[in-house]
Design a protein around this ligand. Structure first.
Ligand SMILES: [Zn+2]
Length: 228
């Protein structure tokens, strides 16, 4: 009995030390972003939900790529834009929240995503921006996000995040609606997301309903340093 008690005490102490260490060890990627002037979104906009998909195995690679990087960071100006979009959401669609799937993506992680794609190099850029020319995510100026209810349940958008195919293309929506492949409900939900993001000054892209740019790639390159 005595030895069991001793064993449990040792186990408890080592567990506690582990927890303290986990809390006090800063994430190098997040520290680097802070140093570069990027801001943690939820510190400014607490009503925004964050579930970074690349920090979980629930992504197209089926593995956790981000590790300790679990918070959404963006450039200060981009967070202000998201705040404007949030105001629009509150006014027009009360009860809905943004749910961020990806924000600033360090260049090292961009390479990991790129190298993990089991496709010829030429086809890879259809799915992941070529790390050699950088993604706008690498400048803290792009966001992947959806809308969610107050229980963090995402709204139906017709495809999951990172669905690689026409069903996710905003440019194909009218055609997909007419052929009945994209349900009206999904289209309306995408419109809500786009209207709010546009109100904040963001630009949608052609191939992913969840991706929005605050600036073009060349503008982002002029304004900011890449997050390595
Ligand atoms: Zn994106």
């Amino acid at each position: 009995m005595k030895s069991t008690k001793f064993y449990l005490t040792v186990l408890f102490i080592s567990f506690t030390i582990h927890c303290i260490q986990a809390q006090s060890t800063p994430c190098a990627y997040e520290e680097k972003m802070k140093k570069q002037g990027l801001v943690e979104v939820q510190k400014v906009l607490p009503e925004v939900f964050v579930q970074l998909k690349y920090a979980t195995p629930d992504n197209f690679m089926k593995k956790d790529v981000y590790g300790c990087l679990t918070h959404a960071y963006l450039q200060k100006e981009v967070v202000q834009m998201l705040g404007k979009a949030q105001q629009y959401l509150n006014q027009h669609y009360p009860g809905l929240h943004f749910l961020i799937y990806d924000a600033t993506r360090p260049l090292a992680k961009q390479w990991e995503l790129w190298n993990s794609l089991d496709l010829p190099v030429k086809q890879r850029s259809n799915y992941v921006a070529d790390p050699a020319i950088h993604s706008i995510h690498n400048y803290g100026s792009a966001i992947d996000l959806t809308l969610a209810d107050d229980q963090q349940v995402p709204l139906y958008m017709g495809t999951p995040f990172d669905y690689f195919g026409e069903m996710a293309y905003p440019t194909k929506e009218q055609e997909l609606l007419k052929s009945g492949r994209l349900p009206e409900k999904a289209y309306q939900n995408r419109l809500k997301l786009r209207n709010a993001m546009k109100a904040g000054g963001f630009m949608p892209i052609d191939y992913e309903w969840w991706h929005f740019n605050a600036f073009s790639r060349s503008e982002a390159k002029e304004k900011y340093k890449v997050v390595e």
